[in-house]
Write a protein that binds this ligand. Structure first.
Ligand code: GLA
Length: 372
């Protein structure tokens, strides 16, 4: 059991048992990309891969951090204003929850691949927030946990992302997709049990949201919303697109507006169990992200093309883009064929070998071992 392994690693690192262990999954978004900060809907699921965080309180105001994925042991003041590297996600969420207290020993076992666009950072923030809250005897609501994790990411780490990843990671449920609608701050679950399998393709092209392109798209959309006088760009409608004169801005907004329509159609397809139709919408979403929003990259395009050529019902980049992962909806029995075809296409294109992960919809953040 992974939890026992994590507990023994904590004991080896700190010479005592942890008081709390929590975990949170990686996520992929099925459709509805770059809509969360545009007032539109997204459809994410939790992944089977998880990040585990074990915690015990200290008494000296220090935060001591150890990771199974990094050789360095880090020690900082728990109320330090400016910590760099992966520790920032932990310090940020602890402070955002108002739980700095007298410090903590923290062990992280991050099994969500880093930089793969699968929300390893949200998984770390949310698992750390949940474990620290439990160890501190605090009981923040799930909404408060999401809000604290988003503040950690936006204000502490400095990545201007929306709330999609943290919401997915906290509220995901096995056998379901989440419909995240930032308009009312609401989300609901819909059954997601497609025929065949959802294959996650890690292109190994590393991405980061702290870079300029994500912020640039966000600024363009905010300015377009102001120009059009709307608060929710995603629901501004096709006519609004035509009112925009700048060709680049018009393309960006066209993605946002058409993607919101695709999310509605995708929800109908899920309800009707029309997997062919859902697949076509995934592929259309990819084309829109590639051509209009311009956030794809060669690796993602090669993965999508190869998966489709090998028989996938649909394929698209998922997450912020500029690297990271793609997803493919693969009919039963074709998993190996699609995998081999993508691997071969990467070799032919002179790209590093891609990785593959199981995309079965899985549960959100949970306290695995707690005080209560
Ligand atoms: C990243 C961000 C999310 C969202 C997606 C694109 O994953 O963290 O908030 O904007 O990109 O849909």
């Amino acid at each position: 059991m992974v939890v026992e392994t994590v507990m023994s690693s904590f004991s080896r690192a700190f010479g005592r048992d942890p008081e709390s262990v929590a975990s949170a999954p990686g996520r992929v978004n099925l459709i509805g990309e770059h809509l969360d900060y545009n007032g539109g809907r997204s459809l994410p699921i939790g992944l089977p891969v998880r990040t585990y965080v074990a915690v015990a309180p200290r008494t000296d105001g220090r935060l001591v951090l150890v990771s199974e994925q990094s050789p360095d042991r880090m020690e900082v003041a728990v109320d330090a204003p400016d910590v760099g590297g992966w520790a920032a996600y932990v310090v940020g969420v602890v402070q955002a929850l108002g739980l700095a207290g007298t410090g903590y020993d923290v062990l992280v076992d991050g099994r969500v691949p880093l930089g793969a666009g699968l929300s390893s950072s949200a998984a770390l923030e949310c698992a750390a927030g949940l474990a620290v809250a439990d160890a501190a005897g605090a009981t923040p609501s799930r909404e408060e946990l999401v809000a604290a994790a988003v503040r950690a990411e936006n204000d502490y780490v400095g990545a201007p992302t929306g709330a999609l990843d943290q919401t997915s990671v906290v509220f995901a449920r096995a056998g379901h997709a989440l419909v995240v609608d930032p308009a009312g701050g609401s989300h609901r679950l819909v059954p997601w049990e497609p025929e065949g399998q959802l294959l996650v393709i890690d292109t190994r092209a590393e991405h980061s949201h702290a870079g300029g392109e994500y912020a640039d798209r966000r600024r363009t959309c905010d300015a377009a919303a102001a120009e059009l006088g709307v608060t929710r760009l995603a629901t501004a409608g096709a006519d609004a697109v035509e009112r925009l004169l700048d060709p680049v801005v018009r393309r960006r907004v066209r993605h946002v507006v058409t993607e919101e329509v695709r999310v509605g159609q995708a929800l109908d397809a899920v309800e009707a169990r029309d997997w062919q139709g859902f697949g076509r919408l995934m592929t259309a979403s990819h084309a829109s992200l590639r051509d209009d929003y311009e956030v794809s990259c060669r690796e993602l395009d090669v993965a999508v093309e190869a998966a489709l050529d090998a028989g996938a019902l649909g394929a698209r980049m998922t997450g912020g883009g500029f690297g990271g992962s793609a997803i493919a909806l693969v009919p039963a029995g074709l998993g190996d064929t699609v995998r081999d075809a993508v691997t071969a296409a990467f070799a032919d294109a002179g790209l590093a070998e891609p990785g593959f992960l199981d995309g079965t919809a899985s549960d959100g953040a949970v306290v695995e071992v707690g005080r209560s």
